[in-house]
Design a protein around this ligand. Structure first.
Ligand SMILES: [Zn+2]
Length: 89
C-alpha cells in the first residue's frame, strides 16, 4: 500500500511537472518571439526615421533651389544666373 501510494504520488508530481513544462515552454517561446519581433520592428523603424530627413531636404531643395541645366549647380529660387557657370536660368 505504501509503495503504491508513493508510486502514485510520484506519478502525480511527474504529471504536474509535465503540465508546468507544457505551460512554461510555450510562454517562454512566445516571450522570445515577441522580443525578436520588437527588435526587428525597432531596426525596421530606424531606416525610415533616418530616411525622412533627406526626403524633406530634397523637397525643400526642389521648392527653393533651381538646378543649373549646364553644370548642375543648385541656385536660389530668385537667382537669374548660375552662381557656378553664369548661365542664365
Ligand atoms: Zn551652372
Amino acid at each position: 500500500m505504501l509503495a503504491l501510494f508513493n508510486l502514485g504520488g510520484g506519478e502525480i508530481i511527474l504529471i504536474l511537472a509535465l503540465l508546468l513544462l507544457m505551460l512554461l515552454v510555450p510562454a517562454v517561446v512566445i516571450a522570445v518571439v515577441l522580443l525578436i519581433v520588437r527588435a526587428t520592428r525597432k531596426t525596421s523603424y530606424g531606416p525610415p526615421t533616418t530616411a525622412s530627413p533627406p526626403s524633406q531636404s530634397s523637397r525643400s531643395e526642389n521648392l527653393v533651389m533651381i538646378k543649373c541645366q549646364s553644370c548642375g549647380k543648385l541656385n536660389g529660387q530668385d537667382a537669374k544666373f548660375c552662381q557656378e557657370c553664369g548661365r542664365k536660368l
